[in-house]
Design a protein around this ligand. Structure first.
Ligand SMILES: C[S@@+](CC[C@H](N)C(=O)[O-])C[C@H]1O[C@@H](n2cnc3c(N)ncnc32)[C@H](O)[C@@H]1O
Length: 256
């Protein structure tokens, strides 16, 4: 998969940083020793962690060179490491694993979550937020275009749209035996964006990325044209001309 683009991702920095703020507000720790921001991206979520825990050692981990470059430039005093969450384990003094908008990209993520939780000492926290938007028009239309255009026979494109997240009950049953406390909730954001093109720009920075990176430039434009047309049909302008991007997200805070 071609690299992520920190620049594209940060076009909606305010909106994208609201879920990690809401997640962090529910983390029941005062002075964790070592904090790791898994899938730290361009450092926007890491910055929140540094502000909240000024006396803790905060490290960001990501697998994207472009995101790591942006994070290091943003927070030069923090350590950022290149790594794959699926193959990574926390050190013995880690008290908080924070993962905003990344586990949806990790294959078989429920088992990885359980493994990471079990690696913490009692009182340690795993805090996770994932988009739960696969039933929203924004995502269904990505799937529709991926499966109907001239690219439909390319498995990298046809299979790129994410599957639904498991049910809340499944997360609860999997994580609870390893937890002293478990809080799971949903939040639905309604982002007022400038128009249908802004919705497309939003997803160019996230879920469209694996699709677009698998297409030749001309096909990329064709894909985006077809997707934009469908988005414009599904998200009608409101009274002030903006469109509302409805965006459900799942939050999990597990205390070992
Ligand atoms: C949507 S961004 C989230 C950025 C930031 N945490 C935030 O709160 O906005 C997801 C990040 O996860 C990273 N990522 C995806 N899969 C990963 C993996 N298996 N291991 C490490 N990082 C991964 C991507 O490179 C990207 O920077």
């Amino acid at each position: 998969m071609e690299d992520w683009s920190a620049r594209q991702y940060l076009k909606f920095e305010d909106e994208r940083t609201r879920p990690p703020r809401d997640l962090l507000a529910r983390v029941p720790l005062d002075r964790p020793r070592h904090v790791v921001d898994l899938g730290c991206g361009p450092g926007n979520s890491t910055e929140l962690l540094v502000e909240r825990f000024p006396h803790s050692e905060v490290v960001g981990l990501d697998s994207s060179p472009d995101m790591l470059r942006a994070a290091r430039a943003r927070l030069p005093r923090c350590q950022f490491v290149d790594g794959d969450i699926a193959a990574w384990s926390p050190g013995p003094s880690t008290d908080l694993l924070f993962a905003n908008a990344v586990f949806q990209w990790v294959p078989h993520h429920p088992a990885v979550l359980r493994r990471l939780l079990e690696a913490l000492t009692p009182g340690g926290v795993v805090a996770v937020q994932m988009p739960d938007n696969t039933r929203e028009p924004s995502h269904l239309l990505q799937r529709e275009v991926a499966q109907s255009g001239p690219w439909a026979s390319n498995p990298a494109i046809r299979d790129a749209p994410r599957d639904d997240l498991p049910a809340v009950d499944a997360y609860y049953d999997l994580l609870k035996p390893a937890c002293s406390g478990l809080d799971i909730w949903h939040c639905i954001y309604n982002h007022a964006l400038a128009g249908p093109q802004a919705i497309v720009e939003w997803f160019k920075g996230s879920s469209l990325q694996p699709i677009l990176s698998a297409l030749e430039p001309a096909r990329r434009d064709e894909f985006l044209g077809a997707y934009t047309e469908k988005i414009a049909g599904a998200y009608k302008p409101r009274v002030d001309g903006t469109v509302l991007l409805r965006f459900p997200r799942l939050f999990v805070v597990a205390v070992r």
